[in-house]
Design a binder for this molecule. Structure first.
Ligand code: FAD
Length: 653
């Protein structure tokens, strides 16, 4: 998650920091971003260029930008280009002048034969993004269609999760007096639903899975220019592939999600030390392991219920965690006696809490915790105006990319992560409150203001890994000592570029690096839990997992998770080229990788949607162990059981 900079404007100290964070001499003239009116950031590249939400990592200029206004235009554009990729609002990539972001997966290619097709510009979608209405609509072309009988909602893929959630919350009826809600939504809700489903975007739930599992119907524009409707029953194999496909199978045009009537939830906020949280996680891990060993479904469910919906914010340099749990058991789910029960917020829990101190930033070498070293390598382009004229329409619905600004460095946030932890925590006291609220309000998620502030303030990375619940506590234990530095490193390294170079090239486990991760966490990691899912590429395919989300400027801890815990990477976040280099799908998804490959062979035989990423490789062997083309091992139901999904050869070979 991202911090709450500038929320408490009244406090002098905060106001000072807010001022320091403001970007002076801002060259941006107008905002066209599609995250919704209040959340729209100033530096997003889409929908006029192919880059991320802070203006970084654009695809090559020669790559065309498709802005179809309807589905037939979209399929025509797909037909006209050799290489194609669907895009939403560009939250996949992240800033870092290191090979850690994932531009390769976002860009269709690097030449004029490639097109990135944006889903937000459809005639039936754009008005609801630019000027959302939350009043119930009966117009058949409205991009959000609620089906109360089926308890589903059909949404056009370019609509953001927030706009969907707010429309649903206002959709009050006799059956749903508080309106409806997605059963489990994300912390960050300003991405498109197409982008969210494509990457397995998730909240915290032990029952509903990620948004990919909350979908019950997906319409996909295919490489051959047709539209394919997938449901769990129509084709279980392609469904498991299409539920979470990272854009590899085609472009999602619309999605039906499950919805549930909103209920009231009681939010409980518990500040505690990291050690207390570690114990909590170890206990959850052991309960689950015991239940699995005992083989009782009821015991397994009970053990999962203990972590259901939990969110955990970890203020690393302060050695404090904030555990958020939700309970509805004491509140009737349905509307009672013709009246809505009152909702209530308790006093701020944070105001009553105490904090610890680990280490001050001034005690650390400059380059370790500061991205400024990186900024010096890569300065933003100055003076480029968003409203620069488009180079023109190349063909119907397809444009050359327009220039756009990039967000420059913000020195204030790099200087004192400890102070920023205090600031964020203070700012978050507004939401860290006990209370009984409707689900949409109760479950913590980033509001537009915070999103906008953080998007426009400081270029940042966001990483997320998941580890099986069976080892969640053990893994946290391994990762925590390096995040809590106990020794003060050598002062002379400060401002020493050669030290910084050394740091960049060192492997995980280097003592100096490992001792200094904690203060890199200017904003708190967010820990969540998700149940097992069936989608071939779901992080939780195979069983429930703990997700660990970090935004630090020194991500070595990713290596610890990857190397020591066998963590899987979030498909929609940064770090792939660095932490999943030479990605071996057969190793990471041993039971499902080649079935996904079979779906790719069936729906995209020419590799139109292969992007520039090198993860999409499959190797198969027949029952005799002879290497064969993947096609030989594919059936309409997926990968043949008699074949073996082979490991990828080493990339250096
Ligand atoms: C600040 C921030 C906070 C986040 N918080 C969370 C969180 O709380 N929980 C979580 O799980 N994830 C989170 N994410 C990850 C985010 O949900 C995903 O990266 C999501 O894909 C972004 O959607 P987008 O519309 O910006 O898509 P883009 O960034 O434009 O695209 C992302 C990927 O999806 C593909 N894609 C997009 N739209 C389509 C489509 N219609 N059809 C086919 N493929 C498509 C693209 O090709 C690309 O590979 C966060 C990301 C950021 C940057």
């Amino acid at each position: 998650m991202r911090g709450m900079v500038c929320v408490l404007r009244q406090a002098t100290v905060v106001a000072g920091l807010c001022l320091a964070l403001a970007t002076l001499g801002d060259p941006v003239e107008a905002v066209t971003c599609r995250q919704g009116p209040l959340a729209a950031s100033k530096y997003c590249t889409l929908p006029e260029g192919l880059g991320n939400f802070q203006g970084y990592y654009r695809c090559a200029d020669s790559v065309a930008l498709g802005k179809p206004t309807n589905k037939s235009e979209l399929t025509e554009i797909i037909g006209r280009y050799k290489r194609v990729k669907g895009v939403g609002v560009g939250h996949r990539q992240a800033y870092r002048p290191l090979p850690s972001w994932w531009q390769q997966q976002f860009c269709a290619g690097d030449g004029a034969d490639a097109v990135g097709i944006v889903t937000t510009e459809m005639t039936n979608t754009l008005p609801q993004i630019v000027n959302p209405t939350y009043a119930k609509q009966s117009d058949a072309v409205f991009p959000i269609q609620v089906n109360e009988e089926a308890r589903t909602v059909r949404v056009q893929s370019g609509i953001t999760q927030r706009i969907l959630l707010d429309y649903l919350a206002n959709y009050t009826t006799a059956k749903a007096p508080y309106g409806y809600v997605l059963p489990a939504f994300a912390w960050y809700v300003d991405q498109t639903v197409g982008g969210a489903v494509s990457t397995g975007t998730h909240g915290s739930t032990m029952f509903w899975g990620s948004l990919s599992s909350q979908a019950v119907r997906i319409e996909l524009a295919l490489a051959n220019g047709t539209l394919l409707v997938l449901t769990p029953d129509s084709n279980p194999h392609l469904w498991k592939a299409g539920q979470l496909a990272v854009g590899r199978l085609g472009i999602i045009t619309e999605i039906d999600f499950k919805i549930v009537p909103q209920r009231l939830l009681t939010r409980k906020v518990v500040p505690q030390t990291f050690d207390a949280f570690l114990e909590w996680t170890l206990a959850a891990q052991d309960r689950y392991k015991e239940a699995v060993a005992g083989g009782s479904e009821a015991a397994i469910s009970a053990s999962l219920a203990e972590v259901d919906m939990t969110q955990l914010f970890w203020f690393v340099p302060l050695n404090q965690t904030i555990l958020i749990t939700y309970n509805s058991s004491d509140i009737p789910r349905q509307f009672v006696g013709g009246k809505q029960p009152a909702t209530a917020m308790g006093p701020s829990v944070m105001a009553q809490s105490t904090t610890g101190r680990r280490l001050l930033q001034s005690e650390l070498p400059f380059c370790i915790s500061s991205p400024y070293y990186h900024y010096r390598k890569m300065q933003p382009k100055a003076g480029i105006f968003r409203n620069a004229a488009l180079k023109g329409e190349l063909s119907e619905g397809v444009y050359a990319q327009a220039p756009s600004p990039t967000l420059g460095p913000n020195i204030a946030i790099t200087q004192n992560p400890v102070a920023f932890n205090f600031l964020y925590k203070a700012a978050m006291s507004g939401i860290f409150q006990n209370g009984t609220l409707t689900e949409r309000q109760a479950i913590l998620n980033e509001n537009e203001f915070i999103n906008k502030q953080t998007s426009d303030t400081d270029p940042y990375d966001q990483y997320e890994v998941s580890v099986p619940l069976q080892i969640a506590g053990d893994c946290l234990k391994k990762a925590s000592p390096p995040m809590f530095p106990d020794s003060i490193p050598i002062e002379q390294h400060r401002h020493d570029d050669s030290f910084c170079e050394k740091h960049e090239t060192h492997e995980v486990g280097d003592a100096v690096i490992a001792e200094n991760l904690g203060p890199g966490f200017a904003v708190p990691p967010l820990i969540r839990f998700v149940n097992g899912e069936e989608a071939y590429l779901a992080n939780t395919n195979g069983g429930p997992r703990m997700f660990f989300n970090i935004e630090d400027h020194l991500s070595m801890v990713m290596g610890i998770f990857r190397q020591e815990c066998g963590a899987r990477m979030h498909w929609g976040k940064a770090g792939w080229p660095r932490w999943a280099a030479c990605f071996d799908g057969a190793k990471e998804f041993p039971d499902t990788w080649c079935s996904f490959g079979c779906a790719v062979r069936e729906l995209d035989p020419t590799g139109k949607f292969r992007s520039m990423s090198d993860v999409w490789t499959w190797n198969a062997a027949d029952r005799n162990g002879t290497t064969v083309p993947l096609d030989d091992c594919c059936t309409p139901d997926g990968f043949k059981a008699e074949c073996t999904c082979m490991h990828r050869p080493p990339c250096s070979a």
